[in-house]
Design a protein around this ligand. Structure first.
Ligand code: PLP
Length: 460
């Protein structure tokens, strides 16, 4: 392929995140220069429907004027201030009030929120905070965290350790000690032949109980989970999974950290995954759609019970020794506030509830396609898990790159999608997508599936 001048200057010096770098050196990047609603435009003027909202984040699409105006106003009024040692930028005070009204449980609404700049940082903060909490309670041995295979919690050293994707650990000497791992609630991939979903849940609950018994509950501080696993494959937990897991955690005084970085603010058709699955988390992390991704911002919500212990400990140590230069950055606060106002003014969650059935029904129809092992999703998130033999769920040889081929074909048809490990094609469009645009997304997906089928048959 011809690499453009912009592409050449990019690959000369830009070390791309999450990319096969040698491949990129050959192909060059797709240079995106403009946003227009749910579409983006490349340097040649070609338009793409952004089927992933970027990285599961640009909820309001790519040209929301109100966010640009809010950012502009804030830059002129107070472009920076911090929240260390007894100060606070004005917009933070308003944002915490609004965020607490969104918080998914009464315990969290009475709690506190700590700001950072990325999902990774907020999960890293949670990792540190469970230690602080248990040390302050005189239980220094209670510090391991249980995380799940296929989990994605970010890339800082602690957050990558919590994540359960092998490429995040290989060559990095991760995970850090103190992270325990249990299976993902991925029935299609992990269910045994003949096993029902209920039996699968029984097995996962038993696995958790066995792990706690082997390690000792007095060594385990927390369990971290995405309500719906995103980057690990859009894994929708089976019925009964979370209530059963949560009961075991409560029995052993193990905190629950809900990573709502993808699911927070309406992706699933409810404000949070916590609402969908009836969770009672002690901590919740959010990022991405908090600002519609227009500026970086994340937050960690903690329950009042956790906060009270932390506050006592900070008094005894002399300070709460954690926080970022940009925790509660005024620009991010202004954009987050405006984002949350738009969610309310435009009834974004009602909109997701209205249009999501169109996406889900369309994806389910692809289950009949010869390349598709399973079609799944909830709200405005979904996935097609490709299979060499859908009947036996036999996957493709990962080296063939069938999912990557499909995503390339979708791109040729003007649709941006993302392939996840295991040839899983992810869908996570902006929440403002219309039914007509969902039809466009599905039609282009159908073309890409058929192109890929022809290629698979031709190269088999
Ligand atoms: N948690 C989840 C569930 C995510 O999907 C992501 C990013 O995709 C993160 C955490 C990390 O967020 P960030 O990339 O902002 O550090």
């Amino acid at each position: 392929p011809d690499v453009t001048a912009a592409g050449r200057s990019d690959i000369a010096h830009h070390l791309h995140p999450y990319t096969q770098l040698r491949q990129l050196e050959q192909d060059g990047p797709l240079v995106i220069v403009q946003g227009d609603g749910v579409h983006v435009v490349d340097e040649h003027g070609k338009r793409y429907l952004e089927g992933m909202a970027g990285l599961w984040c640009a909820s309001l699409g790519f040209s929301e004027r109100r966010l640009a105006d809010a950012a502009h106003r804030q830059m002129l009024q107070l472009p920076y201030y911090h929240a260390f040692s007894g100060k606070v930028p004005g917009p933070v005070t308003e944002l915490v009030k609004t965020l607490m009204a969104w918080a998914p449980t009464p315990e969290l609404q009475r709690g506190r929120v700590l700001f950072a700049n990325s999902g990774s940082e907020s999960n890293d903060t949670a990792f540190k905070l469970v230690r602080y909490y248990n040390n302050a309670r005189g239980r220094p041995a209670k510090k391991k965290i249980i995380a799940r295979q296929k989990g994605y919690h970010g890339v800082t050293a602690a957050a990558a350790s919590l994540s359960g994707l092998p490429t995040m650990h290989q060559h990095f000497d991760l995970p850090l000690p103190g992270v325990l791992r249990v299976s993902a609630p991925h029935f299609y991939g992990n269910g045994k032949p003949g096993e029902t979903e209920a039996q699968f849940v029984d097995r996962l609950v038993q696995e958790l109980q066995d792990l706690i018994a082997a390690e000792g509950a007095d060594t385990i501080a927390a369990f971290i989970a995405e309500p719906v696993q995103g980057a690990g494959g859009v894994v929708i937990p089976p019925d009964g999974y979370f209530p059963r897991i949560q009961a075991v955690l409560k029995q052993h005084d193990i905190l629950l950290i809900a990573d709502e970085v993808i699911t927070g603010f309406g992706r699933l058709g409810q404000p949070f995954g916590t609402n969908v699955f009836g969770l009672q988390p002690d901590m919740v992390t959010v990022a991405k759609m908090l600002t519609s991704a227009y500026v970086p911002m994340s937050a960690l919500m903690v329950s009042d019970a956790v906060y009270q212990v932390v506050a006592d400990a900070s008094a005894s140590v002399g300070t709460f020794g954690h926080g970022y230069t940009y925790s509660g950055h005024p620009l991010a606060c202004a954009v987050a506030l405006e984002t949350l106002r738009i969610y309310t003014d435009d009834d974004i969650i009602g909109h997701v509830q209205r249009v999501a059935p169109r996406l889900q029904a369309g994806l389910r129809q692809f289950a009949e396609h010869p390349l598709v092992g399973e079609a799944r999703g909830l709200g405005l998130i979904g996935a097609l898990e490709l299979a060499a033999d859908p009947a036996s769920r036999k996957p493709f040889d990962p080296k063939r790159g069938v999912g990557a081929y499909l995503v390339k074909r979708a791109q040729a048809h003007g649709l941006i999608l993302r392939v996840l490990a295991g040839d899983i094609i992810a869908f996570s469009p902006p929440l403002v997508i219309t039914e007509a645009q969902i039809d466009e997304l599905l039609a282009k997906t159908a073309l890409a599936l058929d192109d890929t089928l022809a290629w698979v048959r031709g190269t088999a």
